[in-house]
Design a protein. Structure first.
Length: 385
């Protein structure tokens, strides 16, 4: 292996984004953030690295295993590289915007870094674009965030997707009711994650009938909801079931024609969520287009916390579904071309490249640089050959 080849190696889960790809990615990100802004979500920007105490508090506690840590040589305090931006937005809402009128509607875009990727998402550096609605417990907020995410995706001319609803607190509330020990809870969770009813029966004890009924309440939302309504649940779980039913009703009445499914036992990826969660999947793709749901905005001394809901869109998956428009026209102009001449061309949709060697002939240099045109005496001329 040559020295150059060694220098080109990157750690697993990291990659370079090259020309054309980087420009396309930036264009899509700005389009999504602009759409969020048009719907009242003000953009904020959080730092890539924070002190560990703040980064891993509140909703960030669940992200501790995925967080890279390093020592700050200035303060001698431990810092963490963010593994998710949502906990940072929660911190901003709790501190910098603590006195701002509620509900807050905030949006963001940025990179996150994780210790390891997942089976569905092996990348460790991920570009996130998202929106958070903070300070409302209303079901209207859940509906708004789900529709906002779906509509943002639709503005990119993607329509073959489904919204998979989940209720992360439903199973824990049932397990608490039956008083299962910690090791029994872990075994039940593993069996539910595998969607294995026989394994559930072998470890769930008195909770078996309820949990296997929940496994059967998975699928298209109309059928799944009917099965869920026919399932006997502890009092602590009734509110969760009522909430998801109300949100589904509002989504169906909105006229959005979303394809909705329900999985009441899914919990993976929703570790810090405290209410309805959702994932948007595209047909034929393994990765998620978006993920979001309910959580609490709270500090170290706040046992309850402020209600919030939000969504993160995964740009890498979205880009894989998009057909790129034709590349913008590139024209080579003489090194003596004035700023006004180049501005006129740029206003007409051209990318202008200035010649660095007029003696070689503009057409030959334009061909070498991959330009489609060069500036002739009478205007743009196509590069031949």
């Amino acid at each position: 292996m040559t020295e150059n080849e060694k220098n080109a190696l990157l750690p697993a889960g990291l990659r370079d984004v090259l020309p054309d790809d980087a420009a396309f990615e930036a264009e899509i990100v700005e389009q999504i953030v602009k759409f969020f802004g048009q719907n009242g979500y003000d953009r904020v920007k959080a730092p890539l690295i924070e002190f560990e105490d703040g980064l891993l508090s509140g909703a960030g506690v669940a992200l501790a295993p995925q967080t890279f840590r390093l020592m700050d040589p200035v303060s001698q305090r431990m810092m963490g590289v963010r593994a998710d931006i949502t906990p940072q937005i929660a911190r901003i809402a709790r501190t910098r915007l603590g006195r701002s009128q509620r509900p807050l509607r905030l949006s963001y875009a940025g990179e996150v870094l994780r210790v390891r990727g997942s089976q569905l998402r092996p990348e460790r550096q991920v570009l996130q674009v998202g929106a958070e609605l903070i300070g409302s417990a209303s079901p209207f907020a859940d509906t708004e965030i789900i529709e906002l995410a779906a509509n943002a995706i639709e503005t990119l001319r993607i329509d073959d997707f489904s919204v998979d609803l989940t209720v992360p607190r439903l199973v824990p509330s049932i397990l608490d009711q039956y008083g299962l020990a910690d090791d029994e809870v872990d075994a039940v969770r593993a069996a539910l994650d595998r969607k294995d009813p026989e394994a559930v029966k072998s470890v769930a004890g008195e909770a078996t009938d309820t949990l296997t009924a929940l496994l059967g309440a998975t699928g298209p939302v109309d059928i799944a909801l009917e099965r869920l309504k026919g399932t006997s649940l502890p009092d602590s779980a009734e509110a969760e079931r009522g909430r998801v039913e109300e949100v589904v009703t509002r989504l169906q009445r909105s006229g959005s024609n979303l394809r909705i499914t329900l999985d009441p036992v899914e919990n993976r990826g929703f570790e810090y969520h405290t209410g309805i969660g959702f994932t948007i999947f595209a047909r034929g793709l393994s990765g998620e287009l978006a993920r979001g749901g309910r959580y609490r905005v709270k500090g170290a001394d706040d046992a309850d916390g402020e209600r919030a809901t939000g969504v993160t869109l995964y740009v890498d998956t979205i880009l894989g579904m998009l057909t790129r428009s034709n590349k913008q026209k590139r024209i080579l102009v003489s090194s003596s071309a004035s700023r006004d001449d180049k501005s006129d061309l740029q206003n007409d949709g051209w990318i202008t490249i200035s010649s660095l060697d007029d003696s070689a002939g503009l057409e030959a240099e334009a061909r070498q640089l991959g330009c489609s045109h060069f500036m002739g005496e009478t205007g743009p001329e196509p590069v031949k050959g």
